[in-house]
Design a binder for this molecule. Structure first.
Ligand code: 0RA
Length: 661
């Protein structure tokens, strides 16, 4: 064997060891790479592959992405990009395809001159998907040939092989993977969750058609929006009355393309969604600051120049006035994005602020010169907002003077906890005084506080801010949490580390929960983005057989408990017969008593503690915003004026599927 070959061989095996180490690291601590191993992390696998296909689209080489949820539980993602390169990688000494699929962060090693998707959990690389898959198959069409490689838990089964040729010039990549069930808590994909992301990507990349197929259900949906962000804004405002057609701004400076669509509607809330390299920057950042600054300055200049605000008038329009009723989508592409914040979804690059500010300033001024009637309408709307803001300030001052909002004067109904360490304290906001009473008795008073809420709180989606602030229940929530409200809201001042909503498992209960969530979402949003809001899960059934008493939290669990009890009865037949009570109609023949809890009030304090409040044994669902746009849409649909879309929505979703609760 010649020296050169020997050296290569050594190099090759050294690389192999590194690869195995890399894959092992991912499998050992998957959460480091994909956030968690719940349903959310599972769905990140699809996002990761799709992001790569979208990268090809951004580079101008792909117009179609097809995602298939297969019957065997695997997922296939196909695109019409350039195809992952297959030639021998000069440094790694093996096929580039194998490198991309097995080496962590190999994407970066291929001088792809597109915009990096490295925000939050995105951009970790397809090798992470490979490492977390029982089986992954990659098929590449490139230079007239079809190449293939298969992997098990990230390790190649064989070398990259040519398995055929194709006619025409349609290059592309097809990746099929089966998530590793020993890693993920669940391996069941949710059609709606995947659809939500593909729809979002279709709005953000108007040239791409996204298709989602569910083979088991036989459903297929395609998303393609010629209007791009304009269509996105229209969709967000579907159930609001728009004041004008969306305003569209597009421009590029220093290699940073900026695209924005916005409109004003009759709503009181602001619905602004920002993206960097297709990643939803839920915490905002410099691109958003640039947009807001330009909006305020340009509209104010326009208003004064055209005599819409008199020089001597008392009204000054502030940033807040231009935000009321504003629906906007901002999408920028940044070469080296820096992501900051709690969830790494806040753009930090300072240069982006002035880029966006300049582009919006120029283009919006031009637009207003050409569309004076729309300009006038918007200014008038903002003047009304300024007046309402003044009224709200007065209302707030009035209530403040009564000390109704501060935490020095806690609401009488609140049973506070005894320790004074927010991190370890939690507050249960409970529907109804009777359940509130049980919760107060059942709780661990050292760290659990209880705030009972009477009936349905105000629908904040439909009320003006002064009405919201006058509402007693809302005042109680604000002062108990103690972190202020709206612009003054400071999540670090929250008196509790967990805000847990506990409502009945019926229609009214779910309505009250939605009202509470809407309030928190609109006025204390950071509590949700930092993951402090939870939903308690009381059991739906109590199942009793003899001395054994178990709780079931859904119908499936109920059925499997009954099945187990029945099979146990078969083995001890005589004992069961003895125990069958006379009231046979409430009890099934095997002596199993099933009672359905209608409300929290039906449980005594001890039961409530045991099933729903004991941190050792309870389940609480964390409310998260995977996509702020989807969350907005949910609240608007559930709380808005129109009845028909709400009915349709509830029928379709039944639960808060998109909120990922
Ligand atoms: C590395 C380099 C290039 C493209 C890709 C990877 C790529 C990855 C995936 C994953 C799914 N679809 C994909 N398509 C492409 C650049 C290719 C070139 O320069 O020709």
């Amino acid at each position: 064997m010649s020296k050169a070959i020997e050296k290569n061989k050594n190099e090759y095996s050294a690389k192999n060891i590194n690869v195995l180490k890399g894959l092992e690291a991912v499998r050992k601590r998957p959460a480091m790479y994909i956030g968690d191993v719940s349903s959310r992390g599972l769905h990140h696998l699809i996002n990761e592959v799709v992001d790569n296909s979208i990268d090809e689209a951004l580079a101008g080489y792909n117009d179609r992405v097809l995602v298939t949820l297969n019957k065997d539980g695997s997922v296939t993602v196909e695109d019409r990009g350039r195809g992952i390169p297959v030639d021998l990688h000069p440094v790694e000494k093996r096929s580039a395809l194998e490198v991309v699929m097995t080496v962590l962060h190999a994407g970066g090693k291929f001088d792809k001159s597109s915009y990096k998707v490295s925000g939050g959990l995105h951009g970790v690389g397809v090798s992470v998907v490979n490492a977390l898959s029982e089986v992954l198959k990659a098929e590449v069409r490139r230079d007239g040939k079809i190449y293939f490689q298969e992997y098990r838990k990230g390790v190649p089964v064989d070398k990259v092989k040519q398995i055929g040729t194709y006619k025409g010039d349609q290059t592309g990549t097809k990746i099929n993977f089966l998530p590793d069930s020993t890693i993920f808590k669940t391996t069941k994909f949710n059609f709606e969750t995947v659809a939500e992301r593909l729809r979002e990507l279709a709005y953000l990349n108007k040239e791409v058609t996204m298709t989602l197929k569910d083979e088991a259900e036989g459903i297929e949906e395609s998303y393609k929006f010629k209007g791009g962000l304009i269509d996105f804004v229209k969709y967000l405002d579907e159930q609001r009355q728009a004041l004008h057609k969306p305003i569209y701004i597009e421009g590029e400076r220093d290699n940073t393309p900026v695209e924005i669509a916005f409109e004003y509607s009759d709503s009181y809330s602001e619905n602004v969604h920002s993206y960097v390299n297709n990643i939803n920057t839920i915490e905002g950042g410099t691109h958003l600051v640039g947009f807001r600054t330009a909006l305020t300055r340009t509209f104010n200049n326009y208003a004064y120049k055209n005599g819409l605000i008199k020089e001597n008038s008392k009204i000054t329009l502030t940033g807040d006035d231009f935000r009321e009723g504003l629906t906007a989508v901002i999408s920028v592409k940044v070469m080296e994005p820096q992501f900051e914040g709690q969830t790494k979804t806040k753009l930090g690059n300072s240069e982006v602020k002035s880029i966006v500010e300049t582009i919006v300033g120029e283009k919006l001024s031009e637009y207003l010169e050409e569309n004076p009637s729309i300009g006038k309408k918007i200014i008038e709307k903002c003047m009304r907002a300024a007046e309402a803001r003044e009224a709200a300030r007065k209302a707030r001052d009035l209530i403040r003077r009564k000390n109704a909002l501060d935490s020095l004067h806690l609401p009488g109904k609140l049973a506070d906890c005894s320790i004074n360490d927010p991190e370890h304290c939690e507050i249960y906001i409970v529907e109804g005084d009777s359940a509130g009473g049980s919760a107060k008795q059942g709780r661990d008073r050292r760290f659990q506080a209880i705030l009972p809420i009477k009936g349905k709180i105000l629908n904040v989606e439909k009320a003006k801010i002064n009405k919201i602030l006058e509402n007693q229940e809302i005042q109680a929530i604000i002062s108990a949490i103690g972190a202020g409200l709206g612009e003054d809201f400071d999540p670090s001042k929250s008196r509790y580390g967990k805000i847990i909503l506990m409502t009945d498992a019926d229609v009214d209960g779910s309505h009250i929960r939605t009202l509470l969530l809407t309030f928190l979402y609109r006025h204390m949003k950071e509590l949700i983005t930092v993951g402090k809001v939870f939903i308690a899960q009381p059991p739906l059934y109590k199942i009793k057989k003899g001395k054994e008493e178990v709780y079931a939290y859904d119908d499936n669990e109920r059925d499997s408990i009954i099945k187990r009890m029945k099979s146990e009865s078969k083995t001890k037949k005589e004992e069961v017969v003895e125990e069958v009570p006379k009231l046979a109609d409430t009890i099934n023949p095997k002596g199993i008593l099933i009672s359905r809890y209608k409300g929290l009030g039906e449980m005594n304090p001890e039961q409530l503690w045991q099933t729903t409040m004991n941190p050792e044994t309870r389940t609480v669902l964390q409310v998260s915003i995977e996509s702020a746009a989807a969350a907005d849409k949910i609240f608007e649909t559930l709380m808005g004026d129109e009845v028909e879309p709400r009915r349709e929505f509830i029928e379709k979703h039944a639960k808060y599927a998109n909120l990922d609760v």
